[in-house]
Design a protein around this ligand. Structure first.
Ligand SMILES: Cc1ncc(COP(=O)(O)O)c(C=O)c1O
Length: 481
């Protein structure tokens, strides 16, 4: 069977069908039979099954192979969590069901909130945001509202140049001016640049948005000084907690001065992830910011039952329909309960161990911009290979032929030819060794001056070398016939 096959609509043969449905008695408002008028493909059941099975085989997935995409945390999602999310009582819930008939779901939300409070050391939690970036927006809206309540929303948000693009985008969406703080030669926040921004903008600063551990795979050593400095001028410390899986159970962000932090449930607590959703980005805040949490939220009544608080004068309001991504909450709580607090600590330890194992084994073959040890992801660059005409993009394409999904490339932007590798804690030593071997072979080929062959890769994939820019800017979305 050829790799590229016709769309189902082009396989359609008049009169062929896969499902024998009765002709509906009720016609639509035009009086016509809706099914025949909208031109659905007329195909048999085997055609449909084969079509989708074939497509699924063309798709690279975490269920099929190793996915070392730095900053994206593509780790295995335990099937137990999937099973629990499919329990009939949860799966068939209706969001408009009465409180009386939703007690189990409300209790689950309450329990997950409680776990997140304990793990973060922060007393306020909202589970509503539907992704990490949505959590950032929610957090920054709360910061703005808190400053407004004090009489001045302030003007500036500090963001390091190594930040994920969603950070400055969020601050700009909340009508702040972004002041970029440069990264020092050691990959950490340049404290001179930070202090100078504090001096220049002082009480105009609403917050600093810092990812910790950072996108350079490092834990910020000055985090406490940063927090104290911000608090001394009445600014908030927003921590992008997307990389919480590196420190969960080890560090409570509330203890190091964080005021607001989103965590991406899909990264740390292992829920499905991809294509911008269905993620979940709960936000944790200090006591001072609790009044601004979005509505609705769950409270426990004196009689032990649970209720939804839908109104509150100081809230930022609703940020999501109903109660957020409830299915993700079930999976995340199942993950937490099945690991236990000590197990979660081990998750962080194993994630960090695996990244350092890769860093240690590749440090002689690839340039390491910042000395290790690293946190849960390690950063390499193409510096050594570029001398032989082989770039990060070539390395990524060669990895495809070796059977691996490439790491994150050219991010963080502050590092030339960055390759950010996140193995996660769910991979075995054998898998890591296979990846290391593939990378070593690539480094050897580059040393031996095989640049032309690199430029012709990949050779074994469905599509060969794509024009990345054209594919992004001028995608072909309509199949030409
Ligand atoms: C550091 C960092 N912040 C924020 C985000 C945004 O999270 P989401 O993709 O869930 O919106 C990501 C996602 O990759 C990230 O790595």
């Amino acid at each position: 069977m050829p790799f590229e096959t016709e769309l189902l609509i082009h396989q359609s043969v008049k009169g062929r069908y896969g499902v024998d449905l009765p002709t509906p008695e009720v016609r639509n408002r035009t009086g016509l039979n809706a099914r025949s008028e909208i031109g659905l493909p007329e195909v048999s059941e085997p055609q449909v099954v084969r079509h989708y099975t074939r497509l699924s085989h063309q798709n690279y997935s975490i269920d099929g192979n190793f996915y070392p995409l730095g900053s994206c945390t593509m780790k295995h999602n335990p099937r137990l969590n999937e099973k629990l999310a499919r329990l009939e009582g949860f799966a068939n819930l209706h969001p408009l069901q009465s409180e009386e008939h939703s007690q189990g779901a409300l209790e689950l939300i309450y329990q997950l909130t409680d776990w997140l409070k304990k793990l973060s050391g922060l007393p306020g939690v909202t589970l509503d945001p539907a992704a990490g970036a949505h959590g950032e927006l929610t957090g920054m809206m709360m910061i703005r509202k808190a400053h407004e309540a004090k009489g001045n929303p302030r003007k500036v948000v500090l963001v390091p140049d190594s930040a994920h693009g969603t950070n400055p985008a969020t601050a700009a969406t909340c009508k702040y001016t972004i002041v970029t703080i440069k990264t020092g030669d050691d990959g950490m926040v340049d404290m001179d640049a930070f202090n100078s921004a504090i001096e220049t903008h002082g009480e105009d600063i609403a917050a600093f948005m810092l990812t910790n551990p950072s996108t350079c795979g490092l834990f910020e050593p000055n985090v406490k000084v940063i927090a104290d400095t911000l608090h001394s001028i009445g600014a908030y410390f927003y921590c992008d907690g997307a990389n919480f899986n590196a420190i969960v159970g080890k560090v409570k962000p509330g203890d190091i001065g964080v005021d607001v932090m989103q965590i991406n449930l899909h990264k740390t607590f292992s829920t499905p992830h991809g294509g911008g959703g269905p993620g979940s980005g709960p936000v944790m805040v200090t006591e001072e910011l609790v009044p601004y949490l979005p509505i609705p939220y769950v409270e426990k009544k004196e009689d032990g039952t649970f209720t939804l608080i839908k109104e509150n004068e100081t809230t930022i309001g609703r940020i999501k329909g109903f109660h957020g991504q409830f299915g993700m909450m079930i999976r995340a709580l199942a993950y937490m309960m099945s690991h236990g607090a000590d197990g979660l600590q081990k998750v962080a330890e194993d994630a960090v161990l695996n990244a350092n194992y890769i860093l240690h084994n590749l440090k002689d073959d690839f340039h390491v911009p910042y000395p290790g040890p690293c946190m849960h992801e390690c950063l390499l660059t193409h510096k050594k290979q570029k001398e032989n005409g082989v770039t990060t993009m070539d390395i990524a394409k060669a990895l495809l032929d070796a059977g691996f999904h490439p790491m994150t490339v050219y991010f963080p932007l502050v590092v030339d030819g960055a390759m950010l590798i996140e193995p996660t804690e769910t991979e075995s030593r054998e898998t890591l060794d296979g990846f290391i071997e593939a990378m070593k072979t690539i480094a050897k080929r580059a040393r031996e001056g095989d640049a032309d062959a690199f430029h012709a890769q990949p050779q074994t994939t469905f599509r060969k070398r794509l024009d990345e820019t054209r594919a992004a800017r001028k995608p072909v979305l309509v199949e030409e016939k």
